[in-house]
Design a protein around this ligand. Structure first.
Ligand code: RP5
Length: 164
């Protein structure tokens, strides 16, 4: 197992599913759980310790509201921690963003966009690709596919707009 994912609540799952889909498409092994920094702090610590023992090299932490989950996970490990602020009412993720990104000096969290699940998995892949040539190739292929898609979309828009 290479990537450990923690969500503060099962209500974060619909946002985080694209991260899991991306890891699967890259054939990167992962573990995923629900553990809350404030409701189940011991479970968070245990999951981090178990994940490291099982080979995790990078963590993804997704949480909303007063989202201290990523920072708490980072306090238990020196593996890179990627934070995904989840949008929630009433502040629509601005609270989660600040809570995740504004880590005091000494314990960093690499913070993605609000609800940036797919990028969290891509960033995890990039971390692993530093020492894994196979994943590096998959990242190159992924970007090549994106480029091809944009070319198609540009052609479509050009035709739809009736450019002469
Ligand atoms: C956070 O509070 C969770 O990560 C979730 O985004 C938010 C709401 O949690 P629930 O009340 O839906 O369990 O801890």
């Amino acid at each position: 197992m290479k990537v450990a994912i923690v969500m503060g609540s099962d209500s974060d799952w619909s946002v985080m599913k694209p991260a899991v889909d991306l890891l699967k498409s890259f054939e990167i092994e992962f573990a995923i759980t629900v553990a809350s920094a404030h409701r189940t702090p011991k479970r968070v610590q245990e999951f981090v310790e178990t994940s490291e023992k099982n080979g995790a090299k990078v963590f993804i932490a997704a949480a909303g509201c007063a989202a201290h989950l990523a920072g708490v996970i980072a306090s238990y490990t020196t593996c890179p921690v990627i934070g995904v602020p989840i949008s929630a009412e009433p502040f629509k993720g601005f609270d989660s963003l600040l809570a995740t990104v504004q880590m005091p000096s000494g314990v960093p969290v690499a913070t993605m966009a609000v609800n940036g699940a797919k990028n969290s998995a891509l960033f995890a892949a990039e971390v692993l690709a530093v020492t894994d040539e196979n994943i590096r190739k998959k990242l190159f292929d992924y970007r090549a596919n994106m480029e091809a898609e944009i070319e198609k979309k540009a052609s479509y828009v050009k035709k739809a707009a009736g450019e002469k």
